[in-house]
Structure formats: structure tokens, C-alpha cells
Design a protein around this ligand. Structure first.
Ligand SMILES: NC(=O)c1ccc[n+]([C@@H]2O[C@H](COP(=O)([O-])OP(=O)(O)OC[C@H]3O[C@@H](n4cnc5c(N)ncnc54)[C@H](O)[C@@H]3O)[C@@H](O)[C@H]2O)c1
Length: 307
């Protein structure tokens, strides 16, 4: 198959594109290498890939989608710290870019798998959270991702877009975005720096290993029911303090920890109910938090050692 992966130079997109290539597919990557974090990391992540430099929010998409069997739409502006002056970036890179991708894919009868986020739930009423829970996002980021989900559905209803929406729960592993907690944590341990914890460390997440996310995302393209919305969450829920203890034991180092204020837009707890994707696609997370953190630690510490 010939697949387009948007956001292919990003953390998850680069793993997905490599997974598709390894499975024998042809992949066209698309990314505009935003400066949300150092674009050199994106170049390194995309070193095995063909990536077209294109801004999905404004450039024509015809050539990119020509001959594609499906689009994995991962490009976007992530990060819950999305209040204030950065908001227009979230509107442009999430809402405007996704609307253009959905429009172009619908016009070509091209299937889309859209990467949404557990952030659409906010502080969910039910934990573990099933997909039927009322979305109440707490961050402008979550609000724009929920808007993208609604756009996907509107293009499905009015223009027959064949789309599957996946809600990822806190993804981690090698190449994780540098703004994310585990990346900052392994970086601090590897370089002997102080780590600033947002809040008291009791907030917990349903952490999901990036390799498991790739498997779920490819399964959704190949076998997902058009119009479905499914959670993709790791089996292991942990608090930040538990994750820190695990990483200290994996690395054999002590973390210099400073407790800071909780970040606006951060929720207390996330936990995925994955029974739907388990029943429909036979997908279950396979990588334990310890295995996944070990892989991320080895990647990060070897990069520091190679400097
Ligand atoms: N990492 C997570 O834990 C997580 C959780 C839930 C959902 N998601 C979603 O998964 C997707 C990938 O997340 P990630 O963590 O890999 O982020 P990332 O920032 O590493 O990757 C996103 C990529 O999209 C590109 N991009 C942004 N706007 C673009 C535009 N207009 N045109 C072309 N390229 C553009 C960026 O340059 C970047 O390389 C995002 O849509 C995010 O919302 C991620």
C-alpha cells in the first residue's frame, strides 16, 4: 500500500512511518518541521524516511495525496500548555490543517486515521474512561483536538470521508517530544540536571509505549470500522513519583528533584478503557512500563554519551 503519514518527522509519526516501511508499505512523509521543539531532533528522527516539507495548513495537498491508499494524520500542535499567545498555533496546526487534510482525503475517497488525544476527556467522570464518556477538555490543546474529531465526523456525514479516530493516552519511548515529562526526566538523569516536577507527583497517567501505538494505528487503517472512535492506552497506569522511582532503578542514578507548581490544563488522572479496540481490532498493549522506560532510557543516555 501507499500511505501518507503527516507529522512524519515527529515523535510518533517517525515510528509509525518506520513501522509501515518495515511491513513492506510505501510511505510518503509530510512535515513542515515546526520549531515547537528543536527541528534537528525531527531531522534525526526522520533520517530513514522520505519527508516532503509541506505546511498542511496552507499549501496545496493534491500532489501529496495523489495515488495514496490512506492517510495517517498525525501532524499537529501537541502539548497541554496551550493557554495564552500560543493558541493561534493550536488553531492553525490542529483545526485548519486537519480540515484541509479531511477535505482533500474525502475528495479522493482516501481513508484517514486521525490521531486524537485523551486530552479531549479532561478530568473524566469515569476511570478507566470509555469512549462514550462526555468530553470536557481542560486545555485549549484538548479543545482543538476535539474540534478536529468533530470535523472528521462532519466530513464523514456530508462528504463520505472514511475516517477512524484514535485517542492516544500519554505516549512515551525513544524520540519522545522533549517537552514531555519522561523525556525531561531521562534527560535530567542522563545529564545530571535538576528535574522540575509540575505538581506533587501524585497525578497519574495511562502511559502508552510508542511501539504499541504504532501497532494500534496500523490495525485501525487496515481493519478499523469507518466512523469508529477508539482509545489507545497502555495497560500500565502510574503516578509521576512511581515512574521516577522506576527510572531511578533502571538508570542506577538519583534524581535531583524540585517540586514546582502544577501546570494549568493538566488533568489529575488518565486511564484508558481499551475494551472497544480490544474487541474490534484485537489490540492490547504489549509493552510494560518498565520495558518501555528501559528503551527510552537507553536511547536518551546513548545520545548523551555520543555527544
Ligand atoms: N505524544 C503523545 O503523548 C500524544 C498523545 C495524544 C495525542 N497525540 C497526537 O499525536 C500526534 C503526534 O504527536 P507527537 O507527540 O508525535 O508530536 P510531534 O510534535 O513530535 O509531531 C507532530 C509533527 O507535526 C508537524 N506539524 C505540525 N503542524 C504542521 C503543519 N501545519 N504541516 C505539516 N506538519 C506539521 C510538526 O513539525 C511535528 O513534527 C499529534 O497529533 C498529537 O496531538 C500525541
Amino acid at each position: 500500500m501507499r500511505y501518507v503519514v503527516t507529522g512524519a518527522a515527529g515523535f510518533i509519526g517517525s515510528h509509525l512511518a518506520e513501522g509501515l516501511i518495515d511491513a513492506g508499505h510505501e510511505v510518503v512523509g509530510a512535515d513542515c518541521f515546526t520549531d515547537y521543539y528543536d527541528p534537528r531532533l525531527k531531522q534525526e528522527s526522520a533520517s530513514r524516511l522520505d519527508v516532503v516539507r509541506i505546511d498542511l495548513a496552507e499549501e496545496p495537498l493534491d500532489d501529496l495525496l495523489a495515488g495514496a491508499d490512506g492517510v495517517f494524520h498525525l501532524a499537529g500542535q501537541p502539548g497541554v500548555r496551550s493557554f495564552g499567545d500560543v493558541f493561534p498555533d493550536y488553531v492553525r496546526r490542529n483545526l485548519v490543517a486537519s480540515q484541509r487534510v479531511f477535505e482533500a482525503a474525502a475528495a479522493r475517497g482516501c481513508r484517514v486515521v486521525f490521531s486524537s488525544s485523551s486530552s479531549i476527556y479532561g478530568d473524566a467522570e469515569r476511570l478507566p474512561t470509555p469512549e462514550t464518556t462526555e468530553p470536557r477538555p481542560l486545555s485549549p490543546y484538548g479543545i482543538t483536538k476535539l474540534g478536529c474529531e468533530h470535523l472528521a465526523r462532519a466530513y464523514g456525514t456530508s462528504f463520505g470521508l472514511d475516517v477512524v479516530v484514535l485517542r492516544y493516552f500519554t505516549v512515551y519511548g525513544p524520540r519522545q517530544r522533549p517537552d514531555m515529562a519522561f523525556a525531561r526526566l531521562v534527560g535530567a538523569l542522563a545529564e545530571g540536571r535538576t528535574f522540575e516536577l509540575y505538581g506533587d507527583g501524585s497525578a497519574s497517567r495511562g502511559f502508552t509505549y510508542v511501539g504499541d501505538v504504532v501497532t494500534a494505528t496500523i490495525a485501525a487503517m487496515e481493519r478499523g470500522r469507518g466512523g469508529a472512535t477508539m482509545n489507545v492506552g497502555g495497560g500500565a497506569e502510574a503516578t509521576m513519583l512511581e515512574a521516577i522511582a522506576l527510572l531511578e532503578s533502571i538508570s542506577g542514578r538519583r534524581l535531583d528533584l524540585r517540586v514546582g507548581a502544577p501546570a494549568a490544563g493538566d488533568v489529575r488522572r488518565t486511564a484508558a478503557d481499551t475494551s472497544l479496540i480490544g474487541a474490534e481490532l484485537g489490540w492490547h498493549p504489549a509493552v510494560s512500563l518498565e520495558e518501555g522506560l528501559r528503551a527510552q532510557w537507553e536511547w536518551a543516555s546513548s545520545r548523551v554519551a555520543a555527544r
